[in-house]
Design a binder for this molecule. Structure first.
Ligand code: IPE
Ligand code: IPE
Ligand code: MG
Length: 246
Protein backbone atom coordinates (compact mmCIF):
# COMPACT_ATOMS: atom_id res chain seq x y z
CA UNK A 1 0.00 0.00 0.00
CA UNK A 2 1.38 3.36 -1.02
CA UNK A 3 0.15 6.71 0.24
CA UNK A 4 0.61 10.32 -0.80
CA UNK A 5 3.58 10.42 1.60
CA UNK A 6 5.48 7.99 -0.60
CA UNK A 7 5.69 10.47 -3.44
CA UNK A 8 8.65 12.70 -4.15
CA UNK A 9 7.18 16.18 -3.73
CA UNK A 10 9.91 17.72 -5.88
CA UNK A 11 9.10 15.55 -8.87
CA UNK A 12 5.35 15.79 -9.18
CA UNK A 13 3.72 16.12 -12.59
CA UNK A 14 2.54 19.66 -13.16
CA UNK A 15 -0.24 18.62 -15.53
CA UNK A 16 -2.13 15.33 -15.10
CA UNK A 17 -4.74 14.42 -17.72
CA UNK A 18 -7.16 11.53 -17.33
CA UNK A 19 -9.26 9.58 -19.82
CA UNK A 20 -12.00 8.51 -17.43
CA UNK A 21 -13.12 5.30 -19.11
CA UNK A 22 -15.12 2.24 -18.07
CA UNK A 23 -18.29 3.60 -16.46
CA UNK A 24 -20.55 1.50 -18.67
CA UNK A 25 -18.69 -1.77 -18.08
CA UNK A 26 -18.53 -1.06 -14.34
CA UNK A 27 -22.34 -0.79 -14.27
CA UNK A 28 -22.83 -3.81 -16.53
CA UNK A 29 -20.75 -5.95 -14.17
CA UNK A 30 -23.28 -5.07 -11.48
CA UNK A 31 -26.28 -5.76 -13.67
CA UNK A 32 -27.15 -2.05 -13.76
CA UNK A 33 -27.76 0.51 -16.49
CA UNK A 34 -24.81 2.46 -17.89
CA UNK A 35 -26.17 5.59 -16.22
CA UNK A 36 -25.44 4.06 -12.82
CA UNK A 37 -21.80 3.86 -13.87
CA UNK A 38 -21.75 7.51 -14.86
CA UNK A 39 -23.25 8.51 -11.51
CA UNK A 40 -20.52 6.63 -9.68
CA UNK A 41 -17.97 8.06 -12.08
CA UNK A 42 -18.89 11.50 -10.77
CA UNK A 43 -17.86 10.38 -7.27
CA UNK A 44 -14.49 9.27 -8.61
CA UNK A 45 -14.03 12.74 -10.11
CA UNK A 46 -14.54 14.35 -6.72
CA UNK A 47 -12.11 11.92 -5.04
CA UNK A 48 -9.47 12.50 -7.69
CA UNK A 49 -9.80 16.27 -7.51
CA UNK A 50 -9.43 16.11 -3.72
CA UNK A 51 -6.29 13.96 -3.97
CA UNK A 52 -4.76 16.32 -6.51
CA UNK A 53 -5.53 19.28 -4.24
CA UNK A 54 -3.70 17.53 -1.39
CA UNK A 55 -0.73 16.97 -3.68
CA UNK A 56 -0.87 20.54 -4.96
CA UNK A 57 -0.87 19.42 -8.57
CA UNK A 58 -1.47 22.66 -10.49
CA UNK A 59 -3.36 21.29 -13.52
CA UNK A 60 -5.81 18.40 -13.77
CA UNK A 61 -7.62 17.82 -17.07
CA UNK A 62 -10.49 15.34 -17.29
CA UNK A 63 -11.93 13.86 -20.48
CA UNK A 64 -15.63 13.88 -19.72
CA UNK A 65 -17.33 13.83 -23.14
CA UNK A 66 -15.81 13.51 -26.58
CA UNK A 67 -17.00 14.78 -29.95
CA UNK A 68 -17.51 11.11 -30.84
CA UNK A 69 -19.65 10.51 -27.73
CA UNK A 70 -22.45 12.50 -29.42
CA UNK A 71 -23.03 9.32 -31.45
CA UNK A 72 -24.15 7.35 -28.40
CA UNK A 73 -27.85 6.54 -27.87
CA UNK A 74 -29.81 9.72 -27.22
CA UNK A 75 -30.95 8.51 -23.83
CA UNK A 76 -27.37 8.07 -22.63
CA UNK A 77 -26.29 11.46 -23.98
CA UNK A 78 -29.27 13.17 -22.34
CA UNK A 79 -28.57 11.53 -19.00
CA UNK A 80 -24.89 12.44 -19.16
CA UNK A 81 -25.84 16.07 -19.79
CA UNK A 82 -28.29 16.03 -16.87
CA UNK A 83 -25.64 14.52 -14.61
CA UNK A 84 -23.25 17.23 -15.65
CA UNK A 85 -25.65 19.98 -14.62
CA UNK A 86 -26.25 18.28 -11.27
CA UNK A 87 -22.54 17.81 -10.64
CA UNK A 88 -21.72 21.41 -11.55
CA UNK A 89 -24.38 22.73 -9.17
CA UNK A 90 -23.28 20.38 -6.42
CA UNK A 91 -19.55 20.99 -6.76
CA UNK A 92 -19.46 24.78 -6.90
CA UNK A 93 -19.10 25.14 -3.16
CA UNK A 94 -16.35 22.51 -3.00
CA UNK A 95 -14.47 24.30 -5.79
CA UNK A 96 -14.70 27.62 -3.96
CA UNK A 97 -13.63 26.16 -0.63
CA UNK A 98 -10.61 24.52 -2.20
CA UNK A 99 -9.72 27.59 -4.25
CA UNK A 100 -10.06 25.64 -7.53
CA UNK A 101 -10.49 27.32 -10.90
CA UNK A 102 -12.77 25.43 -13.27
CA UNK A 103 -12.10 25.62 -17.00
CA UNK A 104 -13.40 23.78 -20.06
CA UNK A 105 -11.96 22.80 -23.41
CA UNK A 106 -13.97 21.65 -26.41
CA UNK A 107 -16.76 22.90 -28.60
CA UNK A 108 -18.72 23.93 -25.54
CA UNK A 109 -21.26 26.01 -27.43
CA UNK A 110 -22.58 22.75 -28.88
CA UNK A 111 -23.65 21.61 -25.40
CA UNK A 112 -27.32 21.87 -24.46
CA UNK A 113 -28.24 25.39 -23.28
CA UNK A 114 -28.72 24.31 -19.65
CA UNK A 115 -25.30 22.68 -19.48
CA UNK A 116 -23.66 25.60 -21.25
CA UNK A 117 -25.24 28.08 -18.84
CA UNK A 118 -24.30 26.15 -15.69
CA UNK A 119 -20.79 25.47 -16.97
CA UNK A 120 -20.01 29.07 -17.93
CA UNK A 121 -21.48 30.24 -14.62
CA UNK A 122 -19.18 27.97 -12.57
CA UNK A 123 -16.24 28.94 -14.76
CA UNK A 124 -16.82 32.65 -14.18
CA UNK A 125 -17.54 32.23 -10.45
CA UNK A 126 -14.26 30.37 -9.93
CA UNK A 127 -12.22 32.46 -12.35
CA UNK A 128 -10.32 34.34 -9.66
CA UNK A 129 -9.37 31.25 -7.65
CA UNK A 130 -5.64 30.78 -7.46
CA UNK A 131 -5.25 27.10 -6.51
CA UNK A 132 -5.49 24.16 -8.87
CA UNK A 133 -6.97 24.45 -12.37
CA UNK A 134 -9.42 21.66 -13.16
CA UNK A 135 -10.27 21.53 -16.85
CA UNK A 136 -13.19 19.53 -18.19
CA UNK A 137 -12.89 18.33 -21.77
CA UNK A 138 -16.48 18.52 -22.98
CA UNK A 139 -17.61 17.93 -26.53
CA UNK A 140 -13.86 17.76 -26.99
CA UNK A 141 -11.99 16.19 -29.87
CA UNK A 142 -8.36 16.86 -30.56
CA UNK A 143 -8.77 16.86 -34.33
CA UNK A 144 -11.65 19.30 -34.07
CA UNK A 145 -9.48 21.49 -31.80
CA UNK A 146 -6.67 21.50 -34.35
CA UNK A 147 -9.04 22.07 -37.27
CA UNK A 148 -10.55 25.10 -35.51
CA UNK A 149 -7.09 26.51 -34.79
CA UNK A 150 -6.08 26.09 -38.44
CA UNK A 151 -9.22 27.91 -39.57
CA UNK A 152 -8.59 30.81 -37.18
CA UNK A 153 -4.97 31.10 -38.27
CA UNK A 154 -5.97 30.94 -41.95
CA UNK A 155 -8.35 33.86 -41.44
CA UNK A 156 -5.53 35.87 -39.83
CA UNK A 157 -3.23 35.09 -42.74
CA UNK A 158 -5.91 36.15 -45.20
CA UNK A 159 -6.36 39.44 -43.35
CA UNK A 160 -2.60 40.04 -43.15
CA UNK A 161 -2.59 39.84 -39.35
CA UNK A 162 0.02 37.11 -39.45
CA UNK A 163 2.36 35.89 -42.19
CA UNK A 164 2.83 32.18 -42.94
CA UNK A 165 6.56 32.31 -42.02
CA UNK A 166 5.60 33.42 -38.53
CA UNK A 167 3.36 30.44 -37.81
CA UNK A 168 5.35 28.55 -35.22
CA UNK A 169 4.41 26.08 -32.48
CA UNK A 170 3.55 28.91 -30.09
CA UNK A 171 1.17 30.48 -32.59
CA UNK A 172 -0.56 27.14 -33.13
CA UNK A 173 -0.76 26.54 -29.39
CA UNK A 174 -2.29 29.97 -28.79
CA UNK A 175 -5.20 29.03 -31.06
CA UNK A 176 -6.01 25.73 -29.37
CA UNK A 177 -8.84 25.39 -26.83
CA UNK A 178 -6.19 24.27 -24.33
CA UNK A 179 -3.93 27.30 -24.91
CA UNK A 180 -3.92 28.11 -21.17
CA UNK A 181 -2.59 24.67 -20.22
CA UNK A 182 1.03 23.54 -20.10
CA UNK A 183 1.95 20.31 -21.94
CA UNK A 184 0.65 17.16 -20.30
CA UNK A 185 3.21 15.43 -18.06
CA UNK A 186 1.22 12.35 -17.12
CA UNK A 187 -1.72 10.89 -19.04
CA UNK A 188 -3.74 8.23 -17.25
CA UNK A 189 -6.40 6.06 -18.91
CA UNK A 190 -8.58 3.75 -16.87
CA UNK A 191 -10.56 0.66 -17.99
CA UNK A 192 -7.67 -1.25 -19.55
CA UNK A 193 -8.01 0.25 -23.03
CA UNK A 194 -4.67 1.38 -24.42
CA UNK A 195 -5.67 4.16 -26.77
CA UNK A 196 -5.90 7.92 -26.81
CA UNK A 197 -9.38 8.33 -28.37
CA UNK A 198 -8.76 11.78 -29.82
CA UNK A 199 -7.62 13.40 -26.55
CA UNK A 200 -5.05 16.21 -26.40
CA UNK A 201 -3.00 14.93 -29.34
CA UNK A 202 -0.93 18.10 -29.59
CA UNK A 203 -0.41 18.44 -25.84
CA UNK A 204 0.69 14.84 -25.12
CA UNK A 205 3.67 14.94 -27.50
CA UNK A 206 6.02 14.15 -24.60
CA UNK A 207 3.60 12.96 -21.91
CA UNK A 208 4.24 9.79 -19.95
CA UNK A 209 1.39 7.37 -20.60
CA UNK A 210 -0.13 5.20 -17.89
CA UNK A 211 -2.85 2.64 -18.57
CA UNK A 212 -4.60 1.00 -15.65
CA UNK A 213 -6.97 -1.95 -15.69
CA UNK A 214 -9.53 -0.44 -13.31
CA UNK A 215 -12.90 0.97 -14.32
CA UNK A 216 -13.21 4.70 -13.68
CA UNK A 217 -15.80 4.48 -10.84
CA UNK A 218 -13.31 2.34 -8.87
CA UNK A 219 -10.35 4.69 -9.40
CA UNK A 220 -9.07 5.94 -6.04
CA UNK A 221 -6.18 7.73 -4.35
CA UNK A 222 -4.14 4.53 -4.18
CA UNK A 223 -4.33 4.15 -7.97
CA UNK A 224 -3.39 7.79 -8.47
CA UNK A 225 -0.38 7.41 -6.20
CA UNK A 226 0.72 4.31 -8.13
CA UNK A 227 0.40 6.20 -11.41
CA UNK A 228 2.50 9.09 -10.10
CA UNK A 229 5.08 6.71 -8.61
CA UNK A 230 5.42 5.06 -12.02
CA UNK A 231 5.83 8.53 -13.54
CA UNK A 232 8.51 9.44 -11.01
CA UNK A 233 10.49 6.31 -11.80
CA UNK A 234 10.77 7.13 -15.48
CA UNK A 235 13.52 9.11 -17.16
CA UNK A 236 12.08 11.82 -19.38
CA UNK A 237 14.73 12.36 -21.99
CA UNK A 238 12.95 14.64 -24.46
CA UNK A 239 15.11 13.30 -27.27
CA UNK A 240 18.41 13.65 -25.39
CA UNK A 241 20.66 10.86 -24.14
CA UNK A 242 20.61 9.70 -20.57
CA UNK A 243 24.16 11.02 -20.06
CA UNK A 244 23.16 14.49 -21.18
CA UNK A 245 20.55 14.65 -18.46
CA UNK A 246 22.96 13.90 -15.63
C1 IPE B 1 -16.49 6.76 -19.82
O1 IPE B 1 -17.10 5.53 -19.63
C2 IPE B 1 -17.46 7.91 -19.79
C3 IPE B 1 -17.74 8.52 -21.10
C4 IPE B 1 -17.17 8.21 -22.22
C5 IPE B 1 -18.74 9.56 -21.13
P1 IPE B 1 -17.83 4.76 -20.81
O2 IPE B 1 -19.24 5.25 -20.88
O3 IPE B 1 -17.07 4.90 -22.08
O4 IPE B 1 -17.80 3.28 -20.30
P2 IPE B 1 -17.38 1.98 -21.13
O5 IPE B 1 -16.06 2.27 -21.74
O6 IPE B 1 -18.44 1.76 -22.14
O7 IPE B 1 -17.31 0.90 -20.12
C1 IPE C 1 -13.09 8.31 -24.31
O1 IPE C 1 -13.82 7.19 -23.94
C2 IPE C 1 -13.88 9.55 -24.02
C3 IPE C 1 -14.09 9.83 -22.62
C4 IPE C 1 -13.58 9.20 -21.60
C5 IPE C 1 -14.94 10.96 -22.36
P1 IPE C 1 -14.66 6.35 -25.01
O2 IPE C 1 -15.27 5.23 -24.27
O3 IPE C 1 -15.58 7.25 -25.74
O4 IPE C 1 -13.52 5.86 -26.00
P2 IPE C 1 -13.51 4.67 -27.07
O5 IPE C 1 -14.70 4.87 -27.95
O6 IPE C 1 -13.61 3.39 -26.31
O7 IPE C 1 -12.22 4.81 -27.76
MG1 MG D 1 -15.56 3.86 -22.91
Amino acid sequence: MYTLEDLNKDKLPKHVAIIMDGNGRWAKERGKLRVFGHENGAEAVRRTVDSCVKLEIPFLTLYAFSTENWNRPKMEVDTLMKLLVTALKKELQNLQEKNIRLKAIGKIDSLPKKVYKELTEVISKTEKNTGMTVTLALSYGSREEIKTAVQEIAVKVKNNIISPENIDEDVINTHLYAHFLPDVDLLIRTSGECRISNFLLWQIAYAELYFIDVFWPDFNEQHLVEAILSYQNRERRFGKTSEQLN
